[in-house]
Design a protein around this ligand. Structure first.
Ligand SMILES: [Zn+2]
Length: 484
């Protein structure tokens, strides 16, 4: 009886029982349907939509991504971790920079605002391309997803070499590979420890512009490194006159009401063009300045990216060339030797030299080579690309010849090596009568097959020959060692 009753209850054939069952199934189907739709939408969003919805750097969504994704690491070209997010057992996250000051400006920071690679590649660091099933699993179990890895073009060895060679002097070093545009090293001093960005914020933002990346955001008079540009303009206007060029230097060049002195007022004697360039004779170049067409000179400078945007992914300042047709004589003479109102960033100077080293073609500089998933699978590669031809093959070859002479027979002697050839130009930029000059060196090695371009400035450090050129030598030596 009991069994019968229970059977009767569970299989109630009455119209009322059937209705209840239908109702139950309806609700079940409804919930199953909603669940499937949610799964479907979530998968669709994760696969297709999220990228377009989030891919706006000013979107608040980027901030919210941090709640779902553990910011990915930034790696050097050789696989060293330059920035990573550490997570404690209770889930507290902190951004950690194992090399402290070494990569501070180029890698940047991501608290109290963002700079450097941390700013430019914020979206990639806060995107996770782990497999979709793992994404869904983590979404439902309320666990954060690991962000993508950003792999840079930076070399630990070259960055360390530049950093150590600068010692505690202010300034910047930029190292590029001219055939690809890869940024191999970028140092700015004074530096800061990005691990302390929050604690020391007050101190870091007061006074000394410690956070400024002098390599791309610092503007300086180019001094005699600008003779490269003056030489190029002279060559373009007087291709036939280069062979016969002669200048007799007595230490001072006078032109109407203006005059220019050679370094320490020293006479260079009789010079051909190569000699004038190699020995960095101010008199010869000031005289050349008086022979140039200012509109053409100005147009050349603009084609070399003065007063223009640079093809560079991180923050920078535009260089400026301000010489006009009605400029006074003193300004024409000063501009021809890299003084006057002209200002350039170390990065821009490196780009001009890179185009010379690469047969006239400037490759777009880049600092990130790959985006990888948290498990190391490549999902995006950044390949070398041409920016533009800045000069002819012949012009690049002629400038290389003069710059090689500067190392073998001129002011760039500190770079001379018996292991490799090198080309370069020194600069000693005056900027304040009462203070020491800024020391410059720009150049590349090997001269006939350039692998490395360097641009170095040391603020208030004296001559380029004695102070900046030796750093170039250390960088070329370090690169040479890496190839062995
Ligand atoms: Zn001279």
């Amino acid at each position: 009886m009991n069994r019968k009753k229970s059977n009767k209850e569970s299989n109630d054939p009455s119209p009322q029982g059937l209705d209840q069952k239908k109702e139950l199934y309806r609700i079940m189907y409804l919930f199953a349907g909603i669940f499937l739709l949610m799964c479907g939408y979530l998968s669709y969003f994760l696969i297709f939509e999220s990228r377009t919805v989030i891919n706006n750097p000013y979107n608040l969504r980027q901030e919210n991504l941090g709640k779902k994704i553990v910011r990915g690491p930034i790696l050097s070209a050789d696989g060293e971790v330059l920035a990573e997010t550490l997570v404690t057992e209770d889930g507290t996250e902190s951004r950690y920079y194992p090399y402290k000051e070494l990569f501070a400006h180029v890698v940047g920071y991501s608290q109290n605002g963002r700079t450097g690679i941390e700013a430019k590649y914020n979206f990639e660091l806060l995107t996770s391309d782990i497999p979709i099933y793992e994404k869904i699993y983590r979404e439902f179990t309320d666990r954060k997803k690991p962000g993508n890895q950003v792999v840079t073009t930076l070399s630990l060895k070259l960055q360390q070499t530049a950093y150590e060679a600068m010692k505690d002097r202010r300034g910047a070093v930029v190292v590029l590979e001219p055939s690809t545009g890869k940024l191999l090293a970028m140092v700015s001093k004074p530096g800061f420890n990005p691990n302390e960005i929050v604690e020391k914020w007050e101190e870091l933002t007061s006074g000394d512009s410690v956070l400024l990346n002098r390599a791309s955001q610092g503007l300086y008079p180019p001094g005699s490194t600008f003779k490269i540009v003056t030489a190029l303009e002279f060559m373009r206007e007087n291709p036939a006159a280069m062979e016969d060029f002669n200048y007799k230097c007595n230490g001072i060049f006078s032109y109407q009401n203006a005059e220019i002195r050679c370094y320490n007022g020293k006479s260079h004697g009789n010079l051909d063009f190569t000699g004038a360039f190699a020995k960095s004779c101010n008199g010869a170049f000031a005289q050349i300045g008086t022979m140039l067409s200012i509109p053409n000179f100005s147009a050349l400078c603009e084609s070399l990216l003065f007063n223009a945007d640079l093809p560079f992914p991180l923050a920078y300042q535009k260089s400026s060339f301000a010489l006009t047709k009605d400029a006074p004589n003193w300004e024409i003479l000063q501009t021809a030797i890299g003084q006057g109102k002209t200002e350039i960033s170390p990065l821009h100077n490196a780009l001009i030299v890179a185009s010379i080293a690469n047969g006239g073609i400037l490759m777009k500089p880049y600092v990130v080579s790959e985006i990888r998933t948290a498990y190391g699978n490549t999902i995006k590669q950044y390949l070398p690309s041409v920016y533009d031809r800045l000069m002819t093959v012949e012009e690049a070859a002629a400038l290389t010849k003069y710059m090689t002479a500067c190392v073998t027979d001129g002011t760039g002697y500190a770079v001379l090596s018996n292991q490799y050839t090198a080309a370069g130009k020194t600069g000693t930029a005056e900027w304040d009568e009462k203070k020491k000059s800024h020391a410059w060196f720009v150049g590349f090695a090997p001269a006939e097959n350039p692998k490395l371009v360097v641009s170095i400035i040391l603020e208030e450090s004296g001559t380029g020959s004695d102070n900046a050129a030796p750093i170039a030598k250390k960088l070329f030596d370090a690169y040479d060692e890496l190839q062995r």
